[in-house]
Design a protein around this ligand. Structure first.
Ligand code: ADP
Ligand code: ZN
Length: 436
């Protein structure tokens, strides 16, 4: 018999009990950060709140928000709430200079994170009979280590493949009979296409499910991947700041992701005013970690725009659901799974002596993201560089790759070819239509 839940007591808990658990944990967490993180104490003192003021979920509103800028300012140890001797791990956001966020974990934090990922794997039908093929990147990136740990907890035979080397991925998948694939949706599509090119049909592999996340993907892409690989494709959500993937996961109903709300308390706010919005309204997702010891977050603004719902789910889980992220309230792009801010590209251009007349074009071709950067030259530059555009484009592309961790195609274009806007410059054209 397939096991339906990993931690049934929590996953199907009546909301009134969940609320009580959340309130107890919230009070303890606020006390923990107030006493151990001077930065939080200062933020709370400025707002005139003390841990004694936080008793119910409604009191959450009294607490200050935390943003990515705070995390960067406090890099590396400013938000650490435990002694380093009690920490066993760090993970970090995808390889971007200047924007790095480093998250710390105690052993207990790692355990809880892995439990959250295990819930996702069981929700996708995983048991100890499964062969779980993890093709998220391993290392500082949270995807590989998170799903790897979850897979161990479920008792699956775990293949720690990491990403890349598609030839080997396919060989292991076919030879060892992988049944669950974990990776970004783009990579899943790529593996699917590669199998097809080699003459494999969907029924030739043993895969039954995939757990895909770390970047936005559409229902259309889900259908493509399901057809290509002959599987059911489940979404999973998380961010490094909150520990990694497994903050929320999809069940068989596939109508949004259940949030592991015994560990992560979710709110939706108006991104402009900070006002808390009722369930069902679209706004920015904010998380408070209820159990994290080393790197707790109070009211962390994710910048992801979505909707929360407590509508009854046919899977029997009572955990609140979030919609797929419908966009961002900042200008961050996710390209091939990597977080990219236009300002990073601008920094490289200015450093290399180019003008800031540029335009970024992002597209998704055969389920793979492309990044094109058009950079306008001044008439003098254009004249001087005319015969060596190719070399200069390659040099600039390589400098941008060092900054972002992914390769763009750079096009140095003639003066006045990038359309000027009357208001704010249009820096980014995203053709991907990632949100339904
Ligand atoms: P990750 O390790 O998941 O890539 P990052 O901290 O680098 O974590 O990026 C987190 C961001 O990735 C989230 O704020 C969100 O915008 C995006 N993201 C993660 N999972 C999903 C998902 N399933 N669907 C859409 N966007 C996602
Ligand atoms: Zn469900």
């Amino acid at each position: 018999m397939e096991k339906r839940y990993y931690q049934p007591g929590i996953e199907t808990m009546a909301y009134k009990d969940m609320k009580k658990l959340q309130e107890e944990r919230l009070a303890a967490q606020v006390k923990h950060v107030y006493e151990n993180v001077p930065y939080y104490k200062q933020l709370m003192d400025e707002k005139g709140v003390t841990p004694d003021d936080i008793k119910t979920l409604d009191d959450l509103k009294k607490l200050p928000f935390l943003t990515k800028a705070d995390l960067r300012d406090q890099y590396p140890y400013g938000l650490l709430a435990k002694d380093l001797s009690e920490c066993v791990r760090i993970q970090s956001t995808s390889g971007t200079t200047g924007r790095r966020v480093v998250a710390f974990y105690t052993q207990n934090d790692v355990d809880i994170w892995e439990d959250c990922c295990a819930r996702a794997i069981v929700a996708a039908g995983g048991t100890n009979e499964d062969v779980c093929h993890v093709s998220y990147g391993y290392g500082l990136f949270t995807g590989g280590p998170g799903l790897n740990g979850g897979s161990h907890k479920v008792g699956c035979l775990t293949l720690p493949m990491s990403s890349g080397n598609t030839e080997r991925q396919i060989q292991f998948m076919m030879d060892l009979g992988s049944t669950i694939l974990c990776c970004t949706p783009s990579y899943a599509a790529y593996i699917g296409e590669s199998l097809k090119e080699r003459g494999y049909k969907p029924e030739d592999n043993k895969l039954k499910a995939g757990i895909f996340g770390a970047e936005p993907w559409t229902e259309e892409m889900r259908h493509d991947i399901e057809k290509l690989l002959g599987i059911k494709a489940y979404d999973i959500y998380g961010l490094t700041e909150t520990s990694g993937p497994g903050v929320a996961f999809e069940c068989e109903e596939q109508t949004g992701m259940h949030i592991n709300e015994d560990h992560f308390l979710a709110e939706i706010i108006d991104p402009d005013t900070g006002e808390v919005l009722p369930d069902g309204e679209k706004g920015e997702l904010v998380f408070t970690s209820l159990t994290k010891e080393a790197f707790p977050l109070i009211r962390y603004r994710t910048r992801d725009i979505c909707v929360l719902s407590r509508k009854k789910c046919s899977c029997g889980r009572t955990l609140i659901k979030m919609s797929k992220p419908m966009g961002r309230s900042d200008d961050m792009l996710i390209i091939r799974g990597v977080n990219v801010f236009p300002s990073q590209i601008e920094t490289v251009l200015l450093n290399k002596g180019y003008t800031p007349n540029y335009q970024i074009e992002v597209n998704r071709v055969n389920n793979t993201d492309t990044l094109d950067i058009n950079v306008e030259l001044t008439p003098e530059e254009y004249k001087a560089a005319k015969n060596e555009l190719d070399i200069r484009e390659k040099k600039l592309a390589s400098a941008i790759k060092t900054m972002l961790g992914i390769s763009p195609r750079v096009h140095l274009v003639a003066p006045k070819t990038i359309a000027r806007s009357e208001g704010k410059a249009v820096r980014v054209i995203d053709h991907r239509k990632l949100h339904d």
